[in-house]
Ligand binder design. Sequence first.
Ligand code: NDP
Ligand code: OXD
Length: 310
Amino acid sequence: MNLLYLSSVDKSEPWREALERALPDLDFRLWPDEIGDPAEIDYALVWKPPPGEMRRYANLKAILSLGAGVDHLLCDPDLPAGVPVVRLIDRALTQGMSEYVLYWVLHYHRRFADYARLVAARQWTNLPQTDTRLRRVGVLGLGELGGDAARKLAQLDFAVAGWSRSPKDLPGIETFAGRDGLVPFLERTEILVCLLPLTAETEGIIGRETLAALPTGAVLINPARGGHVVEDDLLAALDSGHIAAATLDVFRTEPLPAGHPFWDHPKVTVTPHMASLTVPDSAAGWVAENIRRVEQGRAPLGVVDRARGY
Ligand code: NDP
Ligand code: OXD
């Protein structure tokens, strides 16, 4: 069986080695030089393929995403219908995201930026410390990543709530669901973490109304997608003081353009889409298992519902 690897971000060699170890019969072909006959390609393992590219491979059995998000695939109007699109679910990817979320929640909870400013001014001062159990963190999205981050925050004793499309019952986490649950969820949230997929329903969800529903002084951590944030609304909320700070890992345009106001904004921390990077040695197990399943005539795991968008 033949697999086409296409990514301008992830290096191919670690994937080639890990997949050839896991699947000795696999012919790993690197896009664009090693494609060969497009009709021979069985699997495409991809990150942000050019629009229309997947349509060239007439006999694809599955399109496997190199990342958890699949918006980079579903945005292609020519994505072949009937070919399963499979997202990435991987322990190391989930762990990496939870580390990012815990780091920034602790950063804001313990006021490390305020301390850095004081220390820079040679001031030896203590600031009031909030009891962790009273610190209200809210996670938008309770899937693989949001669910894990919410659980780990609850284990640290934060007052955690989560919001999802369908109702959930998660021990130690206050849950809210659907459009009706959004405002009550926001009203009790001091640190908002976004781990939603980017879909038609979630595009621009962090805009004026959402930000206004948060309590004054709330902070935002967004490692999901830039398209979730209405940038001008966030800048206005930061400048008015309603939102105290934001850490943003993802942007509507990536890399973030040189002149973008987020770069220098005193209340914004930018990270370069690194909240959690795919670790080939770990994630190859998921990809190999899905290829085995398809070869055995079984449905792959993690198939995306195209109508839902995730
Ligand atoms: P999942 O599909 O596992 O979870 C999505 C969650 O969002 C689910 O709980 C789902 O609800 C909820 N949701 C979806 N649509 C809505 C809606 N309209 N209203 C309310 N809740 C909704 O995704 P993952 O956790 O695996 O990944 C989340 C995102 O994280 C990815 O799509 C990607 O964009 C981003 N990501 C970013 C990375 C980075 O480095 N910056 C790395 C990896 C991922 P329900 O449970 O009811 O279905
Ligand atoms: C992903 C990402 O979706 O890295 O995995 O953004």
